[in-house]
Design a protein around this ligand. Structure first.
Ligand code: GDP
Ligand code: MG
Length: 370
């Protein structure tokens, strides 16, 4: 059923949330700003406030662009995509760096590993694991809001000398809302005042029962500083991934999500994309958000040019005509004409949404129910 939150409805009309709530009250409905109302009620309210309502269903233009299902016979397992979350200063960045370092094979040791916002490592059990370096919960939330599900597993970092803190709880909430399994990394166990047992007990208060306490959530004691426990953590991630039985079909056109994007002075628009289905190849025509381009080059997390990227592989795409946004979904289309059709439609949508937000453009309410 079509629904919208009161906040979002107010935003799209450039009205104040309280005014919407007041109108609903007049009709005998008591609501909070975060409540969800149905499309018909929303339309009534919008018209009451003098807006023109156009209800837009999922656009024909975008038909078949995303979420085209993988056919069963070509499914092979794909690496898990892992995001590290946790309270500030508990060691997310250090852990990502340490994991990456343990995995840089000697030949590359002197080389410059370039930072593209995501990387892949090999677990001691031989399987590959993809890590996404989200700048924080905000990015994770933004991606989710855009309907981009990128993460298979969340590693929740909790510092053993600090315990469960507000952003730890926030991360638990995010992961649970997204339906993503958690693995606990109790970090900083090298510190003299580390108290991992306290972390386990505190997690209990948030309904997380770790394995050593008879529960199902895998937990690992680690130190990003000394490297202790990291290999075991990687093994645990691979085991969790095997339980999740992650599969994808590499023999189809690619779909993915933009992890990071920037305008590079020398290289033009550069987008780090996580391939989620199919195989992305140089020469492919891609759309992402309101931008499109022909893939001129693909650069992997080691800075090497590659010809293709399989499911769960992060790569930089060069060749976009403009810079897409983090969280934008990426799809390969069959022709430039199709790419133009999709991106022109999206550009128009974006403009109209902005206009609606500014309260101009004849107070047109566009795409209200999307
Ligand atoms: P983030 O905010 O979660 O990304 O945390 P950082 O990775 O920036 O780490 C915060 C601080 O904790 C830094 O000073 C790190 O050097 C330190 N730190 C991170 N991991 C460890 C660890 O395992 N042991 C010790 N002793 N210090 C750590
Ligand atoms: Mg950090």
């Amino acid at each position: 059923p079509e629904t919208i939150t009161i906040q979002e409805l107010a935003n799209r009309m450039s009205e104040r949330g309280v005014d919407v709530i007041k109108l609903l009250m007049k009709q005998g409905q008591m609501h909070k700003i975060t409540d969800v109302i149905d499309a018909d009620t929303a339309q009534l309210i919008a018209e009451e406030l003098g807006h023109t309502v156009r209800r837009v269903a999922e656009s024909d233009v975008e038909e078949g662009l995303f979420d085209t299902p993988d056919v069963d016979d070509n499914l092979i397992s794909r690496p898990p995509v892992v995001t590290i979350m946790g309270h500030v200063d508990h060691g997310k960045t250090s852990l990502l760096d340490a994991i990456r370092k343990t995995n840089v094979v000697s030949g590359e040791a002197g080389g410059i590993t370039q930072h593209i916002g995501a990387y892949q490592v090999t677990s001691p059990l031989g399987g590959k694991i993809t890590f996404i370096d989200t700048p924080g919960h905000a990015a994770f939330t933004a991606m989710r809001a855009r309907g981009a599900k990128v993460t298979d597993i969340v590693v929740l970092v909790v510092a053993a000398d600090d315990g469960v803190m507000p952003q730890t709880v926030e991360a638990i909430t995010h992961a649970q809302a997204a339906g993503v399994p958690l693995i606990i990394a109790i970090n900083k166990i090298d510190k003299p005042d580390a108290n991992p047992q306290r972390v386990r007990t505190e997690l209990l208060q948030h309904s997380i029962v770790v394995e050593s306490m008879g529960g199902e959530t895998l937990e690992f004691e680690v130190s990003a500083k000394t490297g202790d426990g990291l290999e075991t953590l990687l093994e645990g991630l691979q085991l969790q991934a095997e339980i999740l039985d992650l599969k994808a079909n590499p023999e189809r056109s690619a779909e993915g999500t933009v992890i990071e994007a920037k305008l590079d002075r020398g290289r033009g628009p550069v987008a780090t994309v996580l391939v989620q289905r199919g195989t992305l190849r140089t020469g492919d025509i891609v759309v992402a958000g309101a931008e499109w381009g022909r893939v001129r080059a693909l650069i992997n997390d080691l800075g090497a040019a590659v010809k293709e990227a399989a499911p769960s592989v992060p790569v930089e795409i060069l060749g976009f005509n403009g810079t897409p946004e983090a969280g934008d979904r990426v799809a390969v289309v069959e022709s430039e004409a199709r790419a133009r059709e999709v991106t022109e439609y999206r550009t128009r949508q974006k403009r109209e949404r902005q206009a609606a937000r500014m309260g101009s453009a004849g107070r047109t309410l566009v795409d209200m129910m999307r």
